[in-house]
Design a protein around this ligand. Structure first.
Ligand code: DON
Length: 572
């Protein structure tokens, strides 16, 4: 099961340099405060789209769909209609959190060994570049599904801002230029992507206007008939482009795509109920697992950046990611022991295995065997909960993606749709690390129709039945630990939302066996003490580009985007 370390470090380093680009420390922490409504996203124009929809009388679902579609235009390198994701919705009317899985699925013709050569070795970049890397996109179906059920404004009204941005163009940012630099070689090889994202091979520079005519046309069709993405003109264009370029997605795959309503994973932490995305994301399970391992440790007394706290966090993360590699996969294909992994007593068992004075090498940390894990399955769930709602607040927390920067680096010709490379989130072979250095085995092997395992972790937190915090982040494998730290920052360390999303972070993911710390975020003595306890420290630029909204005790919405990115929060 253990991958070759050199191979893994190589891929992980690539991930750090290619995917986590552009997360610079910026000194100004901005936070918005409002009463009526608020949108926050990774791009000012997408936030504007969401805000405009709210101001037109739309609800959180309308605004979330508008923001997501606008992001698809202005940040095509991060997420889009050629990708997929997860959405959490808390409706004020019911007070419950629902989860929508609109993640990509493996095409019917996908096979377990599709990325291996004749010797059984993974073909480098086969799951990352070009049409073969793409899973069946779910974004349009997902956004339409949630909108049809819970949106207030007409569907066309929520698609309109994205159409305008694609048609009229928008000035590209330095993040855009950096992202394309990282994938230029792949994009150059696909004429359709080259045409859309470069000026005949020359890169757009910050401030230059990018117009996406084909995408505008596609969005217009989606505005009048979202199903055209799956059975109409758009579907035919995607399928024919796939056939010409060695991709596997067929008309039948597109026709059969359906988003899935799932129960989120929810658990208690102190006085809060935390709901997060359930499998096929690993996010919610391991977020709750780590919170259970931390248990009632007095983290406030230990201090937010003390060696003891950081060591405890790192060791808890290490354990969770060891279990992830063994047990997590698509719940429609494998049995995922969600209850056991998120049970309080299992957290206690794992806590007892942590030595506070010494880091345990990852090679000695294993997923527990099934028999041990099964002992925790029947723990009664924490469901005694009182709900008091004093003001209506619908909440959407949505994370979606095309996976790596610019996805597969290929556009379905004539559609402007950038294809995802989500197939890389499967374990191409047991123990072989993916783009994020994550390893997996049987539970996350490739099969037709199966969903690749994700780390995306949109969360919604309530206290005594009242909305308290919603947040999410990109960052592949680091998403879960980013969300953990934001939760602790707000709920334990009483930071305001802007400080909470922007505070320096650490990350451990079992393999590779190293503790990532954000450069400049921790003092030298603390790092030295962590080294003394046995941690192999690696300093990196910031990662995560998170954003969050909290509801304050006096009824204000406060929102902030990460200082590491260019996003903003806007309210009215
Ligand atoms: O689903 C996942 O876990 C990944 N495909 C997410 C990719 C991601 O966050 C890229 N961001 N830096």
């Amino acid at each position: 099961m253990l991958p070759k370390l050199s191979n893994q470090i190589q891929i992980y380093t690539l991930f750090l340099t290619v995917v986590l680009f552009g997360c610079q420390l910026q000194p100004n922490l901005q936070q918005q405060r409002s009463k009526q409504g608020m949108a926050v996203s990774a791009h000012p124009l997408a936030t504007e789209a969401g805000l405009a929809v709210l101001q037109q009388g739309g609800n959180a679902v309308d605004a979330a769909a508008a923001t997501a579609l606008a992001i698809s235009v202005v940040e095509p390198f991060s997420a889009g209609i050629g990708g997929g994701g997860f959405l959490l919705l808390r409706r004020a009317e019911t007070g419950t959190v629902q989860a929508l899985d609109f993640r990509e699925r493996a095409p019917k013709r996908a096979t377990r060994d599709m990325y291996l050569d004749k010797q059984g070795k993974v073909r480098p970049r086969a799951s990352l570049d070009g049409h073969l890397a793409a899973g069946i996109p779910g974004t349009v179906a997902g956004l339409y599904t949630v909108h049809r059920e819970y949106g207030k404004l007409p569907w066309a009204a929520v698609v309109a801002p994205a159409i305008a941005l694609a048609e009229n163009g928008f000035p590209v940012s330095s993040r855009f230029t950096k992202a394309i630099e990282g994938r230029q070689d792949t994009i150059e090889k696909n004429p359709a992507a080259r045409q859309v994202f470069t000026k005949g091979g020359i890169l757009y520079q910050p401030g230059e206007l990018l117009v996406q005519r084909d995408l505008a046309g596609t969005l217009r069709k989606i505005a009048t008939d979202p199903q055209s993405f799956y059975t109409g003109d758009i579907a035919r264009a995607i399928a024919s482009d796939m056939a010409k370029n060695g991709g596997l997605i067929t008309l039948e795959d597109l026709k059969n795509y359906t988003p899935i309503w799932r129960n989120p994973v929810c658990g208690n932490f102190r006085t809060y109920e935390i709901c997060a995305m359930s499998p096929p994301s690993s996010g919610g399970v391991h977020l709750l697992q780590i919170l259970n391992i931390l248990g009632d440790t007095d983290l406030k007394r230990l201090g937010r950046q003390s060696p003891d706290t950081l060591h405890l966090l790192a060791e808890s993360m290490r354990i969770a990611y060891a279990d992830r590699a063994e047990y997590l996969g698509d719940p429609d294909f494998v049995t995922v022991p969600v209850k056991a992994l998120t049970s309080r007593n299992y957290g206690k068992l794992r806590r007892s295995q942590i030595d506070i004075s010494k880091a345990k090498p990852s090679i000695e940390v294993k997923a527990v065997d099934t028999q041990t894990l099964n002992r925790f399955v029947y723990e009664s769930p924490e469901t005694t909960h009182l709900t008091v709602v004093d003001k209506e607040r619908n909440v959407v927390s949505l994370t979606f993606t095309v996976n790596g920067g610019f996805g597969a680096g290929a556009v379905a010709a004539g559609t402007g749709i950038l294809l995802n490379n989500e197939m890389d989130d499967f374990a191409a072979a047991p123990g072989v690390p993916n783009l994020f250095g994550l390893v997996g085995g049987e539970a996350n092997s490739i099969a037709p129709g199966k969903t690749p395992l994700s780390s995306m972790t949109p969360i919604i937190v309530t206290e005594n039945g009242k909305f308290r915090l919603a947040a999410g982040a990109p960052g592949g494998s680091t998403i879960i630990t980013t969300m953990l730290q934001i939760i602790l920052n707000v709920l334990v360390y009483d930071m305001n939302v802007s400080e909470a999303v922007s505070a320096p972070r650490i990350h451990h993911q079992w393999l590779p066996d190293r503790l990532m710390v954000e450069k400049g975020g921790f003092d030298a003595a603390t790092l030295e003490e962590l080294r003394r306890r046995g941690h192999v420290i690696r300093e990196g630029e910031g990662w995560g580009n998170a954003n969050a909204i909290v509801l304050t005790s006096d009824g204000w919405l406060e929102g902030a985007a990460d200082r590491r990115g260019e996003g903003v929060a806007k309210g009215f």
